[in-house]
Design a protein around this ligand. Structure first.
Ligand code: PGA
Length: 251
């Protein structure tokens, strides 16, 4: 049985005071939640203080990106081992905002996925099609290409430690959520990709989150689908009540 993972992607939002208050508020509000896994992914500069607040709690901390090289002359970058050093357990990689705004390719993301695994982090690897790709009927091709590229060279044992987040780009921050059926169709296709490539024992344990305009009111229906194993939440993760509503509706 796969445990649901509800992760908040705070993106480039909030100042330190509100980030700390959100972490403390969630820590208190979620103290009795044991049925699902929870994580928050603050901006890099806040990862350490948020790790300190959430230390010993049932809420994990993730970064939103990091670099693949080991420590050295890489101005402006953060090493995976720096994240584990401050108590971080997850790292979001290949988010569509990085693929499309920052121009990250699946090959580049792959280097980071492997570096994250080598450092002992759990990568949350995002994939997802654009609206025009869905309309052109190439959703599966696009997602499978991103999977092939992002997980190239990743072993079966390593794959078991990864989380995949299916985030249709047209549903991110738009309020236009995929229907539970649309989500399930792609999640089942991702699971089939996992089975083809790694076998059923790996496919059975890898969690596939859905992301894109998830909120309290729609989470339960989407996450009740058999291949939807959690949510990556943007906007609705920025307030204690909104994030807790999602958690409480799916636990
Ligand atoms: P959203 O963002 O919930 O605001 O649509 C999701 C994400 O980008 O991870």
């Amino acid at each position: 049985m796969r445990r649901l993972l509800i992760a908040g992607n705070w993106k480039m939002n909030m100042k330190l005071d509100s980030a700390k208050a959100l972490a403390q508020g969630l820590k208190d509000a979620a103290a009795d939640v044991s049925e699902v896994d929870i994580a928050v992914c603050p901006p890099s500069v806040y990862v350490q203080p948020i790790c300190e607040i959430l230390k010993g709690s049932n809420i994990g901390v993730g970064a939103q990106n990091a670099y693949f090289e080991k420590a050295g002359a890489y101005t402006g970058e953060i090493e995976m081992a720096m994240l584990t050093d401050v108590g971080c357990q997850y790292v979001i990689l290949g988010h569509s905002e990085r693929r499309h705004i920052l121009g990250e390719s699946s090959e580049f993301i792959n280097l980071k996925v492997r570096a994250a695994l080598a450092a002992g982090l759990c990568p949350i690897v995002c994939i997802g099609e654009l609206l025009k790709e869905r309309e052109a009927g190439v959703t599966s091709d696009v997602n499978r290409r991103q999977l092939d590229g992002s997980f190239s060279g990743v072993s079966a044992d390593e794959m078991k430690k990864c989380v995949i987040a299916y985030e249709p780009v047209w549903a991110i921050g738009t309020g236009k959520v995929a229907t539970p059926e649309q989500a399930q169709e792609v999640h089942a296709d991702v699971r089939a990709w996992l089975t083809d490539r790694y076998g059923a024992d790996v496919a059975d344990v890898v969690r596939i989150q859905y992301g894109g305009s998830v909120k309290g009111g729609n989470a339960k229906e989407i996450l009740s689908k058999p291949d939807v194993d959690g949510a990556l939440v943007g906007g609705a993760s920025l307030k204690v009540d909104a994030f807790m509503e999602i958690i409480n509706n799916v636990r």
